[in-house]
Design a binder for this molecule. Sequence first.
Ligand SMILES: CC(C)(COP(=O)(O)OP(=O)(O)OC[C@H]1O[C@@H](n2cnc3c(N)ncnc32)[C@H](O)[C@@H]1OP(=O)(O)O)[C@@H](O)C(=O)NCCC(=O)NCCS
Length: 153
Amino acid sequence: MEQSTQQALNIRLMCADDVPQVFDIERESFNDSSWTIDAFYHEILKNNFAYYFVIEFDNTIVGYVGLWLVIDQAQITTIAIKKEKRGCGLGQLLLRYAMQYAQTKCDTMSLEVRVDNTIAQHVYKNLGFKYGGKRKNYYGEGEDAMVMWVTLR
Ligand SMILES: CC(C)(COP(=O)(O)OP(=O)(O)OC[C@H]1O[C@@H](n2cnc3c(N)ncnc32)[C@H](O)[C@@H]1OP(=O)(O)O)[C@@H](O)C(=O)NCCC(=O)NCCS
């Protein structure tokens, strides 16, 4: 990545004011299965286990990731990058940041991913995630999830 690009990137905790921008990315990323906007407000404002981060490019939010840190286990709840910014390394950068953040408290991290989401699986494998099993009908009838996990420390 060029020096000028690096300077334009910033990762920080998500706040309630960010939710409308995040929700736009959520809708273009997950279509029918997207969370509601209230689910994001709940996570940010009410869930004590939840940590959400946004990645900004030139002060505009271009992606987000959610984590639950429960005792010694971390769970990725969601991750998405704005369509026009995908394939530039931002997803991997954001996930690596989340892993480093979680590492201070947790031993392992896990996530669920659709069995046909090969791009996301590729990103997770790049960062050391391994196949941990399948959850039948996790996303609805006939839509299975693959569980993936990684040791953080
Ligand atoms: C999954 C997602 C977050 C990845 O973010 P991203 O910024 O596009 O990914 P990166 O640019 O960091 O790519 C990392 C790797 O995936 C590969 N990749 C990314 N997009 C790809 C594409 N469209 N086709 C093939 N490979 C792709 C890259 O080549 C890179 O692999 P490499 O380092 O081995 O070359 C993003 O695609 C996304 O938002 N998808 C929609 C939401 C989603 O599916 N979230 C995951 C739910 S579990």
